[in-house]
Design a protein around this ligand. Structure first.
Ligand code: GDP
Ligand code: IMO
Ligand code: MG
Length: 452
């Protein structure tokens, strides 16, 4: 009998999940890049090119990554795209080229699961057609990124999806594609009344060319990761989107089609839960949401506008303006619970500087009955009947955070806000980010990145 790869030893908890605790764009890219300096592997476990993770390098260059894990700018780090990710080869190849042009070595450092599903041209067409139809019908569109994410996961779960491994067998690929394309063309034409349609031969030729280009990166990543875990390597598991966009725990149906929550890291990579020693939640010091759906603390006034302008709150993937609002501790308490968040990285605190007053939502009140609500619900009907109750804080000047190297050095007004936020989310603030750059960070654990 061959030896099991993963030791059952309880101290092999060398994986840290880094995930969004709000509605996405919390600054996961910055935090993963920062922590990647002290790990061996960064692995993406779900989502696809709907993600936009921004990284600012010390020399001022800034990059938005959609599929490549945010550890790629550290030469010693191996980057893995797991089976749970849906891969658009067009976006992937473009991104590989983009980082290579900047002098980053990708070959030998990027590993892609042979089990990952592929986004096909018809997935993007269907995503957009469905959104347009819902918008025209009753305005109920989700506000997706249009990257084909939902339709690709639909095919995966309907057992019709095309996986990376399917590219290896051209005959069966042709057969699977033909069946899919017949079905999608009919759907596009008859249901959506679209004049666009897909051509089997054209798609096969395109995907054969993609296959040649991505072939060097394809491997059995679950096997690779389990070997590395057993060998004592340290891993960051990078979530895309965020817990409130989770298909099960988010504000359904205004969600994405995967599990950004911690459980998704195991199924999206093929690693055991016991290998996860720590879950680092990333939260903005306020809240944003792009796309439709409930947002209890949304500000539609001048303050919301100011936060959007100062925080450059425009989508990294679609360029859409992000809706902005106050920090919602009720929602983050909930996502901390679902994910077992051990500590938080709080980002974009600097964006609140210069406001005369800063607010924190600590609980909700039911509009119809006036009853206080302590726990978040993802039930849309209930969310429509709540209003946020705020604790108010004195603001701090524009330059209050400048030059600070630790939380203790921050002015009293800032500390009062952070103390209250920490108390309300019931988990420690381990990292505080006060700018997009790596160095604009307070409280990063010193080397080596400690696994607890
Ligand atoms: P992600 O999807 O969670 O990786 O986040 P995005 O990259 O979509 O959006 C976060 C934006 O905020 C990016 O433009 C980052 O460069 C920027 N950012 C990250 N942390 C901070 C911070 O502490 N302060 C400021 N001002 N910008 C930040
Ligand atoms: P990162 O990883 C913010 C939102 C879309 C839409 C919903 C469904 O950068 O935080 P989809 O295209 O996934 O079917 O859209 O999810 N959404 C995001 N919002 N950040 C993201 O990724 C997002 N990815 C998807 O706006 O509301
Ligand atoms: Mg983003």
């Amino acid at each position: 009998m061959s030896k099991p790869i993963l030791s059952q030893s309880a101290d092999l908890k060398n994986c840290t999940v880094v995930l969004g605790t709000q509605w996405g764009d919390e600054g996961k890219g910055k935090i993963v890049d920062l922590l990647a300096a002290n790990v061996d592997i960064v692995a993406r476990y779900q989502g696809g090119a709907n993600a936009g993770h921004t990284i600012q390098l010390p020399d001022g260059r800034s990059f938005v990554l959609h599929l490549i894990p945010s550890g790629i700018f550290h030469e010693h780090v191996a980057c893995v795209i797991g089976n749970g990710v849906v891969i658009d080869p067009v976006a992937l190849i473009e991104e590989i080229r983009m980082v290579e042009r900047e002098g980053v070595r990708v070959q030998g450092r990027l590993f892609i699961s042979h089990n990952a599903h592929l986004i096909m041209p018809y997935h993007k067409m269907l995503d957009q057609a469905s959104e347009q139809r819902m918008m025209a019908k009753d305005g109920s569109a989700v506000g997706t990124t249009g990257r084909g994410i939902g339709p690709a996961y639909e095919d995966k779960f309907a057992r019709k999806g095309i996986r990376i491994v399917d590219l290896l067998d051209r005959e069966s690929l042709r057969e699977k594609l033909r069946r899919n394309i017949d079905e999608k063309n009919e759907l596009l034409e008859k249901f959506y009344g679209s004049h666009e349609h897909c051509d089997v031969e054209k798609i096969i030729a395109e995907y054969e060319s993609f296959d040649r280009q991505i072939d060097p990166y394809i491997t059995d990543t679950a096997l690779m990761l389990n070997r590395e875990i057993a060998g004592g390597k340290s891993l960051l598991l990078e979530g895309a989107q965020a817990a409130l966009l989770d298909i099960d725990f988010g504000t359904y149906p205004f969600v994405t089609s995967s599990n950004p929550t911690a459980g998704g890291a195991c199924t999206g990579l093929g690693i055991p839960p016991m290998a996860i020693g720590r879950v680092l939640g990333v939260a903005k010091a306020y809240a944003t949401r792009v796309g439709n759906g409930p947002f209890p603390t949304e500000l539609t006034d001048e303050t919301g506008e100011r936060i959007r302008t100062v925080g450059h709150e425009y989508g990294a993937t679609t360029g859409r303006p992000r809706r902005c609002g106050w920090f919602d501790a009720v929602a983050v308490r909930y996502t901390n619970m679902i994910n077992g968040v051990s500590s938080l990285a709080l980002t974009k605190l600097d964006v609140l500087s210069g406001l005369t007053e800063v607010k924190l939502c600590t609980r909700y009140e039911r509009i119809s009955t006036g009853r206080a609500i302590e726990n978040f619900t993802n039930d849309l009907r209930q969310l429509a009947d709540i209003r946020p109750i705020y604790e108010s804080f004195e603001g701090w000047p524009e330059d209050a955070l400048e030059g600070a190297t630790s939380r203790e050095e921050l002015p009293r007004a800032v500390q009062r806000y952070l103390d209250a936020l920490e108390r309300e989310v019931t988990c420690p603030l381990e990292i505080i980010s006060i700018g997009a750059g790596r160095e604009e960070t307070l409280g990063v654990p010193l080397e080596p990145f400690e696994i607890r």
